[in-house]
Ligand binder design. Structure first.
Ligand code: PLP
Length: 408
């Protein structure tokens, strides 16, 4: 307990991750020896460029003129009246390419340029990070190769087309599970073969140090804007902040600016899928145990032998058996509470937001909206800011088979 609260104090004071990339017991670098020099070079580059005013100004300029930031903070009046608490939406769905992922892709592409990389490699599961990476690379004139599992390429054909239109080379991964996990392995292999000329653009707040830190810093713009916008509108801070958690990048970006505000309740919503049975969800913080996945020590969904479990979620972007190490610490220390929303609750939230607010949310984001409904029922008259991480146009095939199939 005391070690936990010490780690939380260090986090709030801005001292985490430590020099080993640890968030308390979590994080670190669990990678083949051949990757260590590349990760150290990257960590050096992050230390040099991220705080530099040249980098910060270039990033801010592109966020404003190309991504469309700041994104709006919208009061959801009709939804609030229906659910009994004041609900505000941080509109990452309005960011270029339709989600928060562009903040990270753009920031890392700018960093890659400054590190002298000649090409970018990325991995993608549902295709959203691949599209954001392809767009950022086109903008900066960097060649981009995206590894994608063969199965995902079939499931997400429109995003494969978008990446190719944006000039990226999409490489089908036929090894392993032929989904995101195998794609990450291939991207890492590519990077190892040319660690100086190639930059690996990782898509969430996961992976070996310094990625969880780097991604948090690039996504923290979400919470910084939301906190200032809410204060401007209401003259105080909200009672609660809610975000969905896949790998954890939109949530850590939203929470970071609020972590020191002890009166603001922070809640992460994971994919509860079909329910609590093993294999039926992707709720790593709720049901996972400590272990190593993709270079980092964190919680993960695994069976008694340590084999990674199958996961399920109606939303492809939350369907991942791991989670970023900073969330593992935030959960253990109790600063953030993690709950689940099941597929049916997320679908119901899509319908509510469409019909009451005229906004079609991504299925991932709909989990956060569903979490807000539960929170509102427990805190009548309270005020909550929800991160609406992306727009739902990409989810139309799933919505055709679910919500729209229920009605004539
Ligand atoms: C990818 C994605 C997520 C999940 O990723 P995080 O790293 O947990 O943010 C959530 N929402 C949308 C819209 C996404 O595209």
């Amino acid at each position: 307990m005391s070690t936990n609260s010490e780690a939380l104090q260090a986090l709030i004071a801005g001292r985490l991750p430590d020099s080993h990339g640890r968030f308390g017991p979590y994080g670190g670098r669990y990678v083949p020896e051949t990757l260590i020099p590349a990760l150290e070079r990257l960590a050096d580059g992050v230390r040099t460029h991220l705080p530099a005013s040249e980098f910060r100004q270039a990033f801010a300029r592109e966020l404003a003129s190309w991504v469309g930031r700041p994104t709006a903070l919208t009061y959801a009046g009709r939804l609030s009246a229906e659910w009994g608490a004041h609900i505000w939406l941080k509109r990452e769905d309005l960011a270029h390419t339709g989600a928060h992922k562009i903040n990270n892709a753009l920031g890392q592409a700018l960093l890659a340029q400054r590190l002298g990389a000649r090409r970018i490699v990325a991995e993608t599961g549902a295709g959203q990070h691949g599209v954001a990476s392809a767009a950022a690379c086109a903008r900066l004139g960097l060649p981009c190769t995206v590894y994608m599992g063969e199965i995902d390429m079939e499931r997400q054909a429109p995003n494969v087309g978008r990446m190719r239109l944006l000039g990226a080379t999409v490489v089908p991964v036929t090894a392993g599970d032929r989904t995101l996990r195998a794609a990450i392995d291939e991207a890492l292999r590519d990077w190892v073969s040319d660690p100086l000329g190639t930059y690996y653009l990782l898509g969430s707040a996961v992976g070996p140090h310094p990625y969880p830190y780097l991604v948090r810093e690039l996504q923290a713009v979400i919470g910084r804007e939301a906190r200032a916008q809410f204060q401007e509108a209401a003259g105080r801070l909200p009672d609660a902040v809610i975000a969905c958690v896949g790998g954890g990048s939109n949530a850590i970006g939203m929470f970071h600016e609020f972590v020191a505000d002890h009166d603001v309740e922070l809640i992460g919503i994971e994919a509860g899928g079909r329910g609590a049975t093993l294999g039926g969800n992707a709720a790593t913080l709720s049901f996972g145990r400590p272990g190593v996945l993709h270079g980092s020590y964190s919680l993960l969904l695994q069976n008694a032998d340590g084999q990674i479990e199958e996961t399920h979620s109606v939303s492809a972007g939350l369907d991942y058996p791991g989670v970023g190490p900073e969330h593992a610490l935030l959960a253990q220390s109790g600063r953030v509470r993690y709950r689940t929303a099941e597929d049916t609750q997320a679908l119901e939230a899509v319908r509510a937001l469409c019909q009451l607010e005229g906004i079609l949310p991504a299925l991932e984001s709909a989990h956060a909206i569903a979490g807000a409904k539960v929170w509102a029922a427990e805190h009548a008259g309270g005020t909550v800011v929800v991160c609406l991480s992306g727009r739902g146009d990409k989810d139309m095939p799933t919505l055709q088979q679910t919500l729209l199939a229920e009605r004539p």
